[in-house]
Design a protein around this ligand. Structure first.
Ligand SMILES: Nc1ncnc2c1ncn2[C@@H]1O[C@H](COP(=O)(O)OP(=O)(O)OP(=O)(O)O)[C@@H](O)[C@H]1O
Ligand SMILES: [Mg+2]
Length: 217
């Protein structure tokens, strides 16, 4: 399966979730390749930091911030069980290419009033990609939520009947993710017992249960 984390809105958690999903799958003995499609290269930075810290390589990471992604990602998929794409911010051509490569599109959103998450532009791009690839599966992922905040509940309720739907598994506002980003580690490598590690594990299990398979366009 090729999974793309996409939202043209910046700072919603694309890179954090891409790295943690890739890492979680790798620790479950799946062969994972991560594509950094963001010209800023923050996923690659994480990967290099990991190397500097002398940590075990979990998955291969490659920078491909270009609009030929939809042709290159399937090539990389030949040698992997999963390809995870960390999406670019605001670059329409790159976004289109990532969408066309993907079997599953995950759209990270943060608890916010309706217009914050329901990015019309993002959904229009998904609809456009489905003209060529109707089988693309899309889901919202609620990130940085405080479980008991009104906003989180309202966002979850608003997205419950939405198309695309929201995954049941959500990820909380957890400081360990900031430490993970800086140190080239996963949250579970910093604290195996952390709520963040459990949330990522639950997220991966729910995604696996969706049973999305790679279908060649
Ligand atoms: N669940 C979380 N809890 C705490 N901090 C988080 C969480 N998710 C992301 N962050 C932090 O928020 C910031 C933005 O996250 P991230 O870089 O993953 O977003 P992004 O969508 O990839 O942003 P960009 O559009 O700039 O690529 C980072 O500093 C990250 O550590
Ligand atoms: Mg990013």
């Amino acid at each position: 399966m090729i999974v793309a984390l996409l939202n043209q809105k910046g700072g919603v958690g694309k890179t954090t979730l891409a790295l943690h999903l890739a890492g979680e799958w790798a620790t479950r003995d799946r062969r994972v390749t991560l594509i950094d499609a963001d010209p800023q290269g923050s996923a690659l930075d994480w990967s290099q930091q990991r190397g500097r810290e002398g940590l075990r390589r979990l998955f291969g990471a490659i920078g491909l911030p270009r609009d030929t992604l939809h042709r290159e990602a399937p090539e990389l998929y030949r040698d992997a069980d999963l390809v995870v794409i960390d999406g670019p911010p605001r670059v329409a051509a790159l976004m289109r290419s990532a969408l066309l490569a993907a079997d599953l599109v995950l759209i990270p959103v943060q608890p916010s009033p309706l217009d914050g998450w329901a990015s019309a532009e993002m959904l229009a791009l998904v609809a456009e990609a489905r003209i060529y690839r109707p089988e693309i599966v899309a889901r919202f992922v609620l990130n940085r939520c405080g479980a008991r905040t009104v906003l989180a509940r309202e966002t979850a309720e608003a997205l419950a009947d939405h198309d695309p739907p929201m995954l049941r598994a959500t990820v909380g506002q957890r400081v360990v993710f900031a430490a993970a980003a800086q140190s080239g580690r996963l949250a579970r490598e910093i604290d195996m017992e952390s709520p963040a590690a459990a949330e990522i594990a639950a997220l991966v299990s729910e995604i696996d249960q969706l049973g999305v398979e790679r279908r060649e366009p």
